[in-house]
Design a protein around this ligand. Structure first.
Ligand code: ADP
Length: 164
């Protein structure tokens, strides 16, 4: 059975993430989304909230699981016996950072852990969780960036009413 991990912060999950998840679920028999609890990043949503959002958004995808992990991705991969990592690439600016992480993971895992990149669908190329948060914090329209139920949760966090 082909298995892969899609790790990230997902704070919050966007339509860009969802696009990568759907496409990966077509390629692999099983995809585990792993919300990494990164202590260096201050998050808007708790890990539990982010996991719940991802579960709700992927409930129609039977071969997608959602979990969380604090620590190194290679330790999680080893524990799960999964050796393919999926990452999304939006632009050349993502590339340098992603290449470094992919090579570090490969080195740390004794050449076992490989990374596969899916390039973003063009309509989501501009999208990032930080952009969504910035727009929402000013009450701007994020309806094309995240599913409707996520938009509602983001506006609630900022205590703002959306302008439409
Ligand atoms: P991290 O904080 O680990 O970079 P993110 O939640 O920001 O995690 O992103 C997780 C993964 O999804 C990364 O590989 C990122 O490049 C990818 N990604 C983010 N936004 C998009 C998008 N709009 N289209 C395609 N991939 C994306």
């Amino acid at each position: 059975m082909s298995k892969a991990i899609y790790p990230g912060s997902f704070d919050p999950m966007t339509c860009g993430h969802l696009d990568v998840i759907r496409r990966s679920a077509d390629i692999f028999d099983e995809v585990t989304i792993c919300v990494l609890n990164n202590v260096n990043k201050s998050a808007l949503f708790s890990v539990e909230e982010r996991v719940n959002i991802l579960k709700e958004a992927t409930k129609d995808l039977p071969n997608v699981k959602v979990e969380s992990f604090s620590g190194l991705l290679i330790d999680y991969a080893k524990k799960k016996d999964i050796y393919v990592v999926i990452r999304g690439l939006r632009a050349i600016t993502d590339f340098e950072y992603e290449l470094q992480i992919a090579q570090t993971n490969r080195k740390l895992s004794g050449d076992r852990l490989d990374t596969m990149f899916l390039t973003t669908s063009l309509e989501y190329a501009y999208l990032s969780s930080s952009t969504v948060k910035e727009i929402a914090s000013f009450g701007g329209d994020i309806s094309e960036c995240v599913p409707e139920f996520v938009a509602k949760l983001v506006y609630e966090k900022y205590g703002v009413a959306p302008q439409r």
